[in-house]
Design a protein around this ligand. Structure first.
Ligand code: GLC
Length: 627
């Protein structure tokens, strides 16, 4: 059962797709006092949800803040990442789900300040609250998902493997990369184009020195079974004569300051403007511009920097320089030194800037600050709506920033992670939270975005990412190469990626079922085995679809690990091209997983196809059932 409580919501965020009557009275089991929702926890209480956040599957013990943030260090002390996913699932003496639907900042103190207390504080007390009770954890999630509408279903080819890198600057770099993959017979379906393909980082342009004929190049790649997937950034370069800038300015489609002047921020291209995605006309306009690339044969996009990420605002920069001038030549003591240093550091993604510009919504003008968490969501929606009109086939689309509701229009990737072992585990732990909130098509930058990857890390990361719907290797400019051919011996990577392709009929089939049934593709064990006290404590294994369970290795030098089987299962081991099985009893096992082997578990038979070098060559019908 779902109950809605309304506390003067500022705006309809669009997250919820069902009309519900407003309930009167107190929002039990929460106590509402001083504009805060509190709930006592007993020692068995666990709190799931919150989508894309740091730390474990059970979120209890930490404090989170929903505020879409361009966060480059996903370390344990962070409170916000790129998404704002305000759904929690409390499991304990009382078990229920709660969705706090508001476009601004909200803090979830889940036993951080007081270890027995959940305390949820919206910064501005203006929201809809949905409380959901049900028969089981899965049932509560399904009811929530029905409330927020069906998840995005990408094209089948999007389940192939994709290679990306910020730093493939020209056609030749990409051709060389694809040649290396195909020479080594490593399956590949997508090659991502990062900002380097654009002319001076201008959206919907192509640098023709680097890519003289992108249409012909895309066609050539498609012939070879590879789709090119370009990035689109939120901010638009301020440059006279650049049509997107000129049109947007004339039609007043950019976010403006209080006095109606275009609000100038700094992003990759330098001075830029922010399309007002919350103005439906502006969103339609921006979306229609994807045509520049779909006309060249492009079938998918990734949308970035849409928290929105701001390096600075023109105003903020001016203020900082004025202060710096005053400090020039002074004897800086400890405090004035830090002040000086922070003048530049604090320019980025500053709350002060978010307060200085506005959106023209159908409900009137609002400060960006009050609607902050909806920006990326509406960029994704604008692209999705446009792509549905521009193309007859489904398109691949995923974004960095998001709010619940965006899950209907695209997937998300988890942003700028690191080449850290702990980030394999983080990625695994983020998946079920994302799935609860409707984001089924997701994955992390395999091998890590920032930092230098090593061969063993990449092998272990790939062995996990074989199971994530979005399987993409991506890295930052200036880092060491981490393609599947970058470490010399390609065999081991070929085997792992081939396994992915062999599993696609299963993964895609289970994904479609999860979309249709409003279910989770990835589930913590406790969701399937609620009565099993051990299952509830296992945070490094996941159920994948109906038949499989994974327990990846995520520690350096580990070649074995403990695995808990909540029932008797078949252990499936991929060793090079061989697949072998072994029946195992319920309980704990110590499983050897030498580097390069992939081991997972099945509780029901699942289909396994023959290996293929891309999804077009995959025979979906020629499968053998294993387990
Ligand atoms: C952001 C994105 C990253 C991308 C980079 C350059 O940091 O998160 O994936 O490579 O921008 O576009």
């Amino acid at each position: 059962m779902v109950k809605r409580y309304a506390y003067s919501p500022l705006i309809d965020t669009g997250a919820v797709v069902r009309e519900l009557p407003v309930s009167a009275g107190s929002p039990a089991p929460f106590t509402l006092e001083n504009e805060r929702f509190t709930l006592k926890m007993d020692e068995t209480t666990r709190v799931y949800g919150l989508g894309e956040t740091v730390r474990g599957v059970n979120k209890r013990g930490w404090i989170y803040e929903s505020w879409c943030t361009d966060e480059t260090f996903h370390s344990e002390e962070k409170r916000s990442l790129y998404g704002a996913h305000n759904f929690i699932l409390v499991s304990g003496e009382v078990t229920f789900g709660a969705f706090f639907d508001l476009p601004g900042r909200i803090t979830f103190d889940l036993g951080y300040t007081d270890s027995d207390l959940i305390c949820i504080t919206p910064e501005r007390f203006s929201l809809d609250l949905y409380l959901i009770t049900g028969d089981s954890l899965k049932d509560i999630v399904a009811q929530f998902r029905r409330l927020i509408g069906k998840s995005y279903l990408p094209p089948r080819w999007a389940f192939g493997f994709g290679q990306s890198r910020w730093g493939y600057v020209k056609e030749e770099d990409i051709r060389r990369c694809i040649d290396a993959y195909q020479k080594a017979h490593i399956p590949l379906d997508m090659l991502y184009l990062d900002i380097d393909y654009m002319d001076s980082f201008k959206d919907f342009t192509v640098n023709t020195e680097r890519f003289p004929d992108l249409k012909a190049f895309a066609a050539e790649m498609k012939e070879r079974g590879i789709r090119l997937i370009p990035i689109i950034d939120a901010a638009v370069k301020q440059e006279e004569g650049y049509p997107i800038y000129e049109e947007g300015r004339q039609k007043r489609y950019f976010c403006q300051d209080r006095d109606g002047r275009d609000f100038v921020v700094g992003v990759w291209p330098g001075k830029s403007l922010l399309p007002d995605f919350l103005n439906p006309e502006a969103a339609r306009w921006f979306g229609s511009r994807y045509k520049a690339l779909t006309d060249l044969g492009i079938e998918g996009f990734w949308n970035d920097m849409n928290e929105p990420a701001l390096f600075y605002s023109e105003q903020g920069l001016h203020n900082a320089f004025s202060e710096l001038k005053e400090l020039d030549g002074k004897n800086l003591d400890i405090w004035s030194y830090f002040r000086t240093r922070n003048l530049m550091v604090n320019l980025q993604n500053s709350d002060e800037d978010y307060k200085l510009f506005y959106h023209q919504t159908p409900r009137g003008r609002f400060s960006h600050y009050d609607l902050h968490n909806l920006y990326g969501y509406h960029m994704t929606k604008s692209a999705y709506d446009a792509l549905c009109e521009l193309r007859d086939e489904p398109s691949l689309l995923f974004s960095r920033a998001s709010y619940i509701g965006a899950h209907r229009y695209g997937g998300i990737w988890t942003g700028d992670n690191h080449t850290w072992w702990s980030h394999i585990l983080l990625s695994l732990q983020q998946m079920p939270g994302l799935n609860m909130c409707g984001f089924l098509f997701s994955g992390s930058d395999i091998g890590g975005f920032a930092g230098n990857c090593t061969r063993d890390l990449l092998i272990r990361w790939m062995s996990f990412a074989v199971f994530t719907p979005l399987m993409r290797n991506h890295s930052a400019a200036g880092t060491r190469s981490q393609e599947a051919f970058a470490f010399g011996d390609t065999e081991v990577f070929r085997h792992i990626i081939e396994l992915r392709y062999r599993l696609i009929p299963y993964l895609y089939g289970e994904f479609v079922k999860a979309v249709e049934d409003d279910a989770m593709f990835f589930r913590p064990l406790v969701f399937d085995y609620e009565e099993d006290a051990i299952a509830a404590t296992v945070e490094d294994q996941l159920m994948v679809g109906d038949s499989l369970m994974i327990a990846p290795i995520y520690r350096q030098n580990a070649d074995a690990r403990h695995v808990y089987l909540p029932e008797a299962m078949t252990q499936v081991r991929m060793h090079q091209v061989d697949i072998s099985t072994e029946e195992l009893n319920k309980g704990w096992h110590y499983i050897s997983v030498p580097l390069g082997d992939v081991v997972f578990f099945s509780r029901k038979p699942f289909p396994l196809a023959k290996a293929a070098e891309n999804t077009a060559a995959l025979d979906w019908d020629d499968v053998a059932y294993i387990g």
